[in-house]
Design a protein around this ligand. Structure first.
Ligand code: PEP
Ligand code: MG
Length: 576
């Protein structure tokens, strides 16, 4: 019988497929001891499961991009290191070979042992690693069960399926999207969660808060996931299917229409030209930025070079990555952000200080770089060498006060002198910019503008610090809202001060690429947007439909809003 389950749209779109229920995981571990002649075969199963888990993590990494990718990649790096940990592996082998544990029981035993060790630690960072151990071991157990149980194997093949779950972790979502998953119906969760953000960037329709999903949908039920309307239709009728086909036709047409915008200028309906830049990390981002007509790269995150390997990347490794970026953009300007490690972005090389009580308020971004001048200088030298191949600007993250910019300039000067002595080609003077993501930097922006050649506003962090709300804590959705009046006033102030100083101001937080905020940012006077390249055409299309002078005229009213709800209502009014 057809029935409709309402939910909240987390990622738009529609999908038709079979339901695949994932109940909160339960592992049945067989505790019977192994017979001597079973040991070799079971060890082989264990090693295969470990390899599958490693492979899953490698695949996951390739599919992610943008700010979220960096966060997810941190888990992936930590988990990959654990999976290769010689002590963990030796312990597992010994349990099977000597203790005659079955692989599942050996994994569980090792998990309990390590958990006890981590739990006993005083250092809160190390204590929190227990969770990583749990997740890694669970991944291996799950891979093991897929080898041995038919039911799990069926679950692994998700082509043409819609996942029905309580919640889904971002890493699993990325993995499943690569194996043909069509959409997700979650019984809990929020539209601001990392999984939801990831679903949007993977183009995977997703509904959250579908309360009875797990009790009223069964495996293999046909589901029409309609994230346009915000509902999941169980056993859709011919009429529902006709609606789906219409949507498919229209979506394909829309895709073709957007593709024609790749070479179009970015212009508002009243003729104001806007610059669209790309946020990039990996070579595919750069290719996409070119293909979609970006005016340059507004944010190149260099952390990934440091997060992907155990040691520090050498000057040459960095030089090659930056040079390829510059060459890839074919003469368009590229903004390379210096290392932004710290807080939750812990590197494998051990630069990041462990055990800070408040790492988000600790030694991160430029604060960390300045603590390690030799490491920073290696990066600076690589940037200077790459800048001989095309126009480069340098962006400094987490700036709080002018002396940080002054110190970075001094290091650039010294690195130039060093390279000159070595007879290395040098570029013209590079523009040095400050990211505005610390409230003090925004409020004292005039002082920074005396030392910065340009500004880039990082609203992901600026919102977190202005609102004292962790950007990755879904429980704070009602506070972490880009329309909070305090944030709007600060944005307007920074953009205005940049204009007064005749210096360029771009915005490279997630809202820069979200068409729900395009009118707001135009109203606040922004004319340089930087975003993940997948959003370029959507934002260009949105801008073409907006009248900047009307929006600018409404800015004073927006800035008088007292709540984010009020700002939202007003924005809806002035946008339509
Ligand atoms: C930001 O904080 O808005 C930003 C773009 O930087 P990241 O997301 O890399 O911290
Ligand atoms: Mg930031």
């Amino acid at each position: 019988m057809r029935h409709v389950l309402p939910g909240t749209t987390a990622a738009k779109g529609m999908a038709l497929g079979r339901a695949r229920l994932v109940q909160p995981s339960r592992y049945h571990v067989d505790t019977r001891p192994l017979a001597e002649d079973e040991v070799d075969a079971e060890l082989a199963l264990l090693h295969r499961a470990l390899e599958t888990a490693r492979q899953e993590l490698r695949e996951l990494r390739g599919k992610l991009h943008g700010a979220l990718a960096r966060e997810v990649n941190e888990f992936i790096d930590a988990h990959s290191l654990l999976l290769d940990d010689p002590e963990l592996l030796r312990g597992l082998d010994d349990l099977v070979r000597i203790g005659h544990y079955r692989p599942g029981a050996a994994l569980k035993k090792q998990r309990d042992r390590l958990a006890a060790v981590f739990e006993a630690m005083d250092d809160p960072y190390l204590r929190s690693r227990k969770e990583d151990v749990d997740q890694v071991i669970n991944r291996v157990i799950s891979a093991l069960q897929r080898q041995t149980s038919r039911e799990e194997r069926k679950l692994a093949a998700r082509v043409g399926e819609i996942l029905i779950a309580d919640t889904i972790a971002p890493a699993d979502m990325a993995h499943l999207a690569g194996s043909g998953l069509l959409g997700v119906v979650a019984s809990s969760g929020s539209a601001y969660s990392h999984s939801a953000i990831l679903a949007r960037s993977l183009d995977l329709p997703m509904l959250v808060g579908v309360r009875d999903a797990l009790s009223s949908i069964h495996d293999d039920d046909l589901i029409l996931l309609d994230s346009e309307r915000g509902e999941a239709v169980v056993h859709p009728t011919a009429q529902d299917l006709a609606r789906y086909r219409t949507w498919q036709r229209e979506a394909a047409q829309e895709g073709r229409r957007l593709a024609t915008l790749a070479n179009a200028p970015t212009r508002t309906s009243d003729g104001a030209d806007i610059r669209l830049l790309a946020n990039a990390e990996m070579p595919p981002d750069i290719a996409m930025a070119r293909a979609r007509g970006a005016d340059g790269v507004g944010l190149y995150r260099t952390e990934f070079l440091f997060l992907r390997q155990k040691g520090l990347p050498t000057e040459d490794e960095q030089f090659i990555a930056y040079r390829d970026l510059v060459l890839g953009m074919g003469g368009l300007p590229v903004t390379i952000r210096t290392l932004d490690l710290g807080a939750d972005k812990a590197d494998a090389a051990g630069l990041v200080l462990r055990g800070e009580d408040n790492p988000a308020l600790g030694v991160r971004g430029v604060r960390l770089s300045l603590r390690y001048p030799a490491v920073f200088t290696t990066q600076i030298r690589a940037i200077l060498r790459a800048a001989c191949y095309g126009p480069v600007r340098v962006l400094v993250p987490m700036v709080t006060q002018p002396d940080e910019l002054i110190a970075v300039r001094t290091l650039f000067k010294l690195a130039r002198q060093e390279l000159k002595r070595e007879n290395v080609d040098l570029p013209e003077k590079l523009a040095l910019g400050a990211m505005i993501e610390v409230p003090a930097a925004a409020i004292n922006v005039r002082a920074l503008l005396e030392h910065a050649d340009f500004l880039a506003i990082g609203t992901n962090d600026l919102a977190q610090y202005v609102l004292a709300a962790d950007r990755s804590n879904d429980a704070l959705d009602n506070i972490y809202n880009p329309l909070q009046p305090a944030l709007l006033r600060l944005l307007s102030y920074v953009i205005g001060e940049g204009r007064r100083a005749k210096k360029s101001v771009s915005l490279c937080g997630e809202i820069g690429g979200d068409i729900n905020f395009t009118s707001l940012l135009l109203a606040l006077g922004l004319n340089e947007f930087s975003m993940h390249p997948s959003q370029l055409l959507h934002v260009r299309d949105r801008i073409a439909a907006l009248d900047r002078s009307v929006l600018r005229a409404a800015a004073p009213r927006l800035l008088r809003s007292r709540t984010h709800e009020e700002a939202e209502a007003l924005l809806a009014q002035i946008t339509c």
